[in-house]
Design a protein around this ligand. Structure first.
Ligand SMILES: Nc1nc2c(ncn2[C@@H]2O[C@H](COP(=O)(O)OP(=O)(O)O)[C@@H](O)[C@H]2O)c(=O)[nH]1
Ligand SMILES: [Mg+2]
Length: 235
């Protein structure tokens, strides 16, 4: 029997000084119940608080945790750096306030049956306990994915796992940064014929959302059109 796959968990972090240490300790507690080797890559950029120093301290404390630091604040840019640097057989994207050991166990259980595993807030059986406003935004984004990008995927904005060979094949071509790196990665994987499994999830915000939806929606729509234009150009 082949050995179980290793997982790399990529977590972008920005101005998380109040939250980082507790969240990483909590994540390590969850990892005790995940029966494979897991390493963590924190990708920090543009923080103006003590986050970079705290991240370096965490790396000195945990053999399985690495830190990458980039100059300018950019969620997608950080995800890109982390995903392309990850060495696990599966590369997993978490937020510092949205992660789950159960999701990792699900990825392991799916094993060879998929190349991409998405925790979808819109999958049958999911329970989205966020505010009505956020749920409507997710519904709208789902519509945009289907109509503008002709995707069959229902949610690209949550926890996800992508096989490293798929990341290596499609990741370098991704043009999106900010909110859309992982969306474009998933869409490119889908178009390349990757097998995508969507799993239900219970979403409860561990803390109040910090990003402004009003600012994010127009930025996201512009980004989606940019992806569509680019993919058409590539044929
Ligand atoms: N590296 C990096 N991480 C970011 C940036 N903005 C947000 N993050 C991280 O992205 C994740 C989600 O951010 P959060 O503020 O919780 O977003 P919200 O839940 O949509 O309000 C967290 O792990 C943040 O630390 C950024 O500019 N750079
Ligand atoms: Mg959050």
């Amino acid at each position: 029997m082949s050995s179980p796959p290793s997982l790399s968990v990529v977590i972008p972090i920005h101005n998380e000084a109040d939250y980082l240490i507790g969240a990483v300790a909590d994540l390590y507690r969850e990892l005790e119940h995940v029966p494979v080797a897991v390493d963590i890559v924190l990708v920090e950029n543009g923080s103006t608080d003590a986050t970079p120093a705290l991240a370096v301290e965490l790396a000195s404390r945990h053999r399985t945790l690495d830190v990458l630091t980039l100059p300018d604040p950019d969620y997608g840019g950080a995800m890109r750096e982390g995903f392309l640097a990850a060495t696990g057989e599966w590369v997993v994207g978490f937020d510092i306030d949205y992660y789950s050991g159960e999701f990792l166990r699900t990825v392991i259980a799916i094993g060879d049956a998929a190349d991409v595993v998405l925790a979808s807030k819109r999958a049958p059986g999911s329970e989205d306990r966020r505010s009505l406003f956020r749920r409507i935004a997710t519904w709208g984004f789902n519509l945009v994915l289907r109509t503008v990008l002709s995707s069959g995927v229902s949610d690209t904005h949550g926890m996800k796992a992508v096989r490293r060979d798929i990341v290596a094949a499609v990741g370098p071509a991704v043009i999106s940064r900010e909110d859309l790196f992982d969306t474009e990665l998933v869409i490119r994987a889908e178009r390349a014929g990757a097998r995508i499994a969507e799993v239900p999830v219970v979403v409860e915000e561990k803390r109040q959302a910090r990003s402004s939806l009003l600012r994010r929606v127009p930025r996201t729509l512009r980004g989606v059109w940019r992806i569509r234009r680019q993919l058409r150009r590539e044929g």
